[in-house]
Design a protein around this ligand. Structure first.
Ligand code: ZN
Length: 216
């Protein structure tokens, strides 16, 4: 009896191999169908667009999930519109371009470049740049000059903020050792922005970045 039981225990093996054989047979049976339809190449050409379409749909939905900020300035932001006739700090805001950051404005050429930099920054850090200050009118410059320690703010009428080509950044950039500062240092010029040499030391302003108009 024991022997018989033991023997029974081994019985599933042949059954399994029959099942497996069936699976393999199925696989073999399916294979010629795939191979057969490939001979004329029509199956390939039919399949490729549909696979591509699916991939595109996936890409689109992924892009939608993480669209990020706009890479382009608004259409009414026109760099050919010069603000040169306005004195420092006297540019009407409607002559400037709105940045993606609420309440922040720059001269059109600087803004167009800023949108690209901001989008690249978002690609790297998953968030937009933090802007504490951008265009600064004359009165605001005066107020800052009077309230800041000597040398810490430009004399009113001399600030790059007053011509709409400078931003003061936050969220890490204000520390020279931060990954954000390092990334900007390595990449900002590709997008037309730079950290002026003076801002490394006198006064030390890691947060202050300018649109690159060829200054040192
Ligand atoms: Zn500044």
């Amino acid at each position: 009896m024991i022997g018989r039981h033991r023997k029974k225990k081994f019985e599933p093996a042949p059954v399994l191999s029959v099942v497996l054989a069936g699976v393999f047979a199925g696989a073999v049976a399916v294979a010629p169908l795939d191979g057969g339809s490939a001979d004329g190449g029509s199956a390939d050409s039919k399949e490729t667009p549909s696979t591509k379409a699916v991939a595109e749909r996936v890409d689109r939905s992924a892009a939608k999930r993480d669209e990020g900020p706009p890479r382009k300035a608004p259409d009414d932001c026109d760099p050919s519109k010069s603000t040169a006739r306005y004195a420092n700090g006297r540019i009407p805001v409607d002559q400037l371009c709105k940045l993606p950051q609420d309440g922040e404005y720059l001269r059109a050429d600087a803004a167009v470049a800023f949108y690209k930099l901001n989008a690249a920054y978002h690609d790297r850090f998953g968030k937009e740049m933090c802007v504490r200050s951008s265009y600064r009118g004359y009165n605001k410059q005066k107020q800052l000059y009077q309230s800041m320690p000597a040398g810490m703010a430009a004399r009113p009428g001399n600030s790059k903020h007053g011509i709409g080509i400078a931003v003061d950044l936050c969220d890490g950039v204000q520390r020279e050792s931060s990954p954000q500062f390092k990334w900007l240092e390595d990449n900002s010029r590709k997008y037309g922005w730079m950290h002026p040499r003076w801002a490394y030391s006198s006064p030390y302003e890691p947060w202050h970045w300018e649109f690159d108009v060829g200054q040192a």
